[in-house]
Structures are given as structure tokens and as C-alpha cells.
Design a protein around this ligand. Structure first.
Ligand code: FES
Ligand code: FES
Length: 162
């Protein structure tokens, strides 16, 4: 089966890759492009561990055809920090102990970052809704919700970006 050329902008960098027809974006990000921040959880669209954004919209990379992102901007949690300067959400997650095993965290961060971009001062219910597709087996969700609300208030220490 012949490979398909895909060009994308990954976290601001122009990238090109040959993919198999039908190969999903999660597989391509991790295996071909070396971005291990999107995680493989269920592979069926139910856990949110693979959450990324495509042209600014939240997408589950395990259910997204790699071919479909040709010409698109793809952002992952790898692009949140600015060098050594953490994103305000990353700081807030640390401050609020919102990550334990961390497996869900990168997906949570992408859902939360998209929420705060679109709605800088969300209500608690809006935060709950925004992360409703992201399953966490460890934290009980409350520290995560608190962290996102704190980031929205800008009440974490440091000067992280949004
Ligand atoms: S790995 Fe994509 S939703 Fe679970
Ligand atoms: S911190 Fe372990 S699954 Fe969320």
C-alpha cells in the first residue's frame, strides 16, 4: 500500500511525514513525529488521553485520520510551555496537585487550554463540561477543576502564558 504525504504545522513547526492510508493521527504523532505528549488510552474515542487540537478545535487523535490533517495546524501539550516557562495551566496543575499518574494530564491540558482561549473566565460548570471527555482514574477531578479555575483567575504563581 502506498504511503501518503502529509504536511502539517505541529506546535508552530512545519513538518512533513509519509503516513499509511487509514493511519490515525495519534500513531503518527507518537511514532513518526516523536511527540509523546498525546497518550494512547483506549484507542476508541472514550478516554480523552489523546486530545490535541486541529486548527484550534479539540480533536481525539486516535479517531482522526492522519491524512485529514494535511495542511492543518496541530497543537499538542508539547507546545504549551515556552522553553523553560510553563503555561499557566501547567503551573496551576502543579500548584493544585491536579496530576497523579499524569496519564490523563496532557489531554486535560489541551481541553482546558482550548476552553480558556475561548472563555477566559469560565464557570465551574463550563470547566466540568470542557473536560467531560477526559477521563482521570486518579484525582477525583476536583483538583483538576480547581487548577483550571485558578489558571483562569491568574492566581497561580509565576507568569505563565495562556
Ligand atoms: S486514546 Fe483517544 S480517546 Fe482514548
Ligand atoms: S492523573 Fe492519573 S489518570 Fe489522571
Amino acid at each position: 500500500m502506498s504511503k501518503v504525504a502529509v504536511r502539517l504545522v505541529l506546535n508552530g513547526d512545519d513538518r512533513a511525514v509519509f503516513v499509511d492510508p487509514g493511519q490515525n493521527l495519534l500513531d503518527v504523532l507518537r511514532r513518526e513525529l516523536g511527540d509523546l505528549t498525546p497518550k494512547y488510552g483506549c484507542g476508541q474515542g472514550t478516554c480523552g488521553a489523546c486530545t490535541v487540537t486541529v486548527d484550534g478545535e479539540v480533536r481525539l487523535a486516535c479517531l482522526t485520520l492522519a491524512e485529514a490533517v494535511d495542511g492543518c495546524r496541530v497543537d499538542t501539550a508539547a507546545g504549551l510551555a515556552d522553553g523553560a516557562e510553563l503555561h499557566v495551566l501547567q503551573e496551576a496543575f502543579m500548584e493544585h496537585f491536579a496530576a497523579q499518574c499524569g496519564y490523563c494530564t496532557t489531554g486535560m491540558l489541551m481541553s482546558a487550554a482550548t476552553l480558556l482561549r475561548d472563555k477566559p473566565s469560565p464557570s465551574r460548570d463550563e470547566v466540568v463540561e470542557a473536560i467531560s471527555g477526559n477521563i482521570c482514574r486518579c484525582t477525583g477531578y476536583e483538583p483538576i477543576i480547581d487548577a483550571i479555575l485558578a489558571a483562569a483567575r491568574g492566581s497561580t504563581t509565576g507568569s505563565g502564558r495562556r
